[in-house]
Design a protein around this ligand. Structure first.
Ligand code: SF4
Ligand code: SF4
Ligand code: SF4
Length: 316
């Protein structure tokens, strides 16, 4: 990890010193354990703060939307896919961005780590080495396999290597073939009534804070439908119908655009598995059009195009 961090700092300093970019978007170590935060370096001095570890989980494409200057960005597989989407949707141009690609070993889930040691014990230090995560604190010294501590989106990720990059800052990884939709298939096997109940249950604790929306690198409409009052697409209340409408609209807005980076789920203070909805749509798009969001600059997302001979057999 430290070797990758050194590579990031060195490339960032070089690009800023030579004036090839005005800004480098990466990570800085957080002020508390198990958190890294975004860091926007504009000088070689600021680039010395750049950092890399298993908690650099934010999707940095979120910090590039509508930027005008030339920017370098540190990109994992999922960030790079979101950058592709940004380019396809004209949020930024390819020649504006220098992509510092980092093949990603998967990011750690701090909720899982905390649960592993018990909620009453404070983790003060985390070290990653030889496939293990070492956790230390007062009266605490435990290790667990890194693979078991991954975020769920990372354990089923099939694009860990950046799909678009200008530089690669670590050895490329062998991509895994994962069972991405096991839970979705289980849900599909349920009756309509059971699915409805499961859906009600999953969303029953939603407080409509919109952290899931705000964390998503692809939620950049100038005015979100939930904030719009003329027309009012969805009620502002905590009523389950309004909560469901928000989630269904948002999920459909992500159809063919979600890169399954997990930012929405990580941001949710209530621990709601919101990716159940977006991955269902990911599965549909894959089965119908063989399309995966953001894996290539070529082609147009299926729901962003129209053919006069479209079968339209879904229209009643
Ligand atoms: S989703 Fe994939 S690329 Fe993104 S952090 Fe997880 S393993 Fe890395
Ligand atoms: S909907 Fe969630 S998983 Fe999908 S791109 Fe947005 S933040 Fe990432
Ligand atoms: S972040 Fe969680 S609680 Fe907040 S609106 Fe999204 S699903 Fe609901």
């Amino acid at each position: 990890m430290e070797k990758i961090a050194e590579q990031i700092r060195s490339e960032a300093s070089r690009l800023l010193e030579k004036g090839e970019v005005e800004l480098v978007v990466g990570f800085r170590k957080g002020s508390i354990p198990m958190v890294s935060r975004p860091w926007l370096a504009r000088t070689p001095q600021e680039a010395k703060e750049l950092h890399w570890d298993g908690f650099c989980n934010l999707n940095l494409a979120n910090y590039l939307t509508k930027r005008k200057e030339k920017v370098a960005v540190v990109a994992k597989g999922c960030d790079s896919r979101s950058l592709v989407l940004h380019m396809q949707e004209h949020q930024i141009t390819r020649d504006q961005v220098v992509i510092l690609g980092v093949p990603c070993q998967g990011m750690l889930d701090r909720r899982k780590l905390q649960e592993a040691v018990g909620l009453d014990r404070e983790i003060l230090e985390v070290e990653e080495a030889d496939g293990l995560v070492h956790l230390r604190g007062r009266d605490l010294q435990e290790s667990l396999p890194r693979q078991e501590a991954l975020q769920q989106c990372c354990s089923i990720c099939e694009h860990r290597n950046p799909v678009l990059k200008d530089l690669v800052l670590a050895e490329e990884l062998k991509e895994q073939k994962a069972e991405r939709f096991r839970d979705i298939l289980e849900m599909e096997r349920k009756s309509a009534q059971e699915r409805w109940e499961a859906f009600r249950q999953v969303l029953s604790t939603c407080i409509r804070c919109y952290a899931c929306r705000n964390a998503c690198p692809h939620c950049y409409c100038p005015e979100c439908f939930v904030d719009c009052s003329r027309p009012q697409w969805v009620g502002k209340s905590q009523d389950p119908q309004d909560v469901f409408t928000f989630h269904l609209f948002r999920a459909f807005h992500m159809a063919g655009r979600c890169t399954d980076c997990g930012s929405c789920e990580r941001a949710c203070p209530m621990g709601i598995p919101v990716r159940l909805l977006t991955r269902k749509l990911e599965k549909e798009i894959k089965e119908r059009w063989g399309y995966e969001a953001g894996v290539s600059l070529e082609g147009v997302p299926p729901l962003a195009t129209y053919q006069p001979d479209d079968p339209q057999d879904f229209i009643l």
